[in-house]
Design a protein around this ligand. Sequence first.
Ligand SMILES: Cc1ncc(COP(=O)(O)O)c(C=O)c1O
Ligand SMILES: Nc1c(O)cccc1C(=O)C[C@H](N)C(=O)O
Length: 411
Amino acid sequence: MINKVFSAEQLDDKDPLAHKAGAFSLPDNTIYLDGNSLGPLPKSAEKRAVEVVQEQWGQGLITSWNKHQWISLPQQVGDKIGELIGAQQGQVICCDSISINLFKVLSAALKMNPRRKVIATTRDNFPTDIYMVQGLLDLLGEEYSIRYVDEASISSQLTDDIAVLMLTQVNFRSGLKLDMKGITEQAHAKGILTLWDLAHSAGAFPVCLDDCNVDFAVGCSYKYLNGGPGAPAFIYVARRHQDSYQQPLSGWMGHSAPFSFSPDYAPDSSVKQNLCGTPGVIGMSILDAALDVFDDVSLKAIDEKSKKLQAFFIAEAKRAGVLEHFGVASPPINCRGSQLALAHDEAYAICQAWIAEGVIADFRAPNILRIGFAPLYLSFADVEKAVTRLAIIMNEKRYENATFQQRQSVT
Ligand SMILES: Cc1ncc(COP(=O)(O)O)c(C=O)c1O
Ligand SMILES: Nc1c(O)cccc1C(=O)C[C@H](N)C(=O)O
């Protein structure tokens, strides 16, 4: 896509998103290739954190539930996220974590497809997705089971005993991006409900939940949405399912009238039913402000820049001889999300050596150096510097004999 006719400087000069880096508080002398794990701090979020703590909580006390609309934040933030994932208003709610939301949606979906007893997913799905199914199956008993389908040929493995097909659109390790529209259509043809995990999709490229006729989706906000560590997750329930949807974590915030304090649970008939207990207002307010970064940019432009950054990385890495040291564990650029996986037996040590040189990427077991490209704050000059530093590490084998933290560390 990019042949080395353009320098990093030229590419940065004509980058329509170049100004966006100014919206983030980024540390000096750090090149951040890990926004696919934890996005950096938007300045708008920093400002809101102070405001929500000092003014809304500190001064407003309990009156802020109404005065600052804390009570409707989950819907307000949900709808803002909805705009980024192709969902019309009233179908997305911000709450809890992906793991908890998976439990809610899976339980509800099984109830909606009662004659079928199988949840299908891929074995290489992110572990929590699989663990949550395993936990649910324990509760449901032997009648229900999990079935693993091969990521490379999902459609041909869809059978009419499957109740729910739970997939992550972008594989957390390889970056493989699944065909949401095609797979959803084929699942529906077999009477299967679909549940998509958008952890590595939301905020990274255009997602079209309504257009793809998806049934349910979940996702997190701490990666490409830059909501901060442990920021609340979200759930999408397609409008056509909201009447029959019933999730089992029947907390008072999902009640149709929580402040009636009735002893009997009566679920809200909207996506709001997914609320369980009191929302984490501080974290959700910070996320609300963080999402403002997307106000004047399109996901199409973000996707286009991501592809250019990735192509530039590959071109530079080839030129500097870096790629000779690695296997490429990701599919081609048009079949992957906003990340690149490079395989090497010493990937952990290489990642730590790169971090020591000011370039933060990820190691993912067993042997993947995972590189995330977040176009809102990453420049072509950053990519060039990152490759230069990786080339020195590889050519001089600087990762050998170094002592690093335990392999249990996060990156
Ligand atoms: C695909 C996917 N699902 C879920 C999670 C995590 O879920 P939770 O937000 O519950 O920690 C991650 C990463 O942390 C992920 O990559
Ligand atoms: N959610 C994370 C966390 O709480 C700590 C460290 C990393 C994470 C992650 O997001 C991991 C990430 N989902 C991944 O794809 O590897």
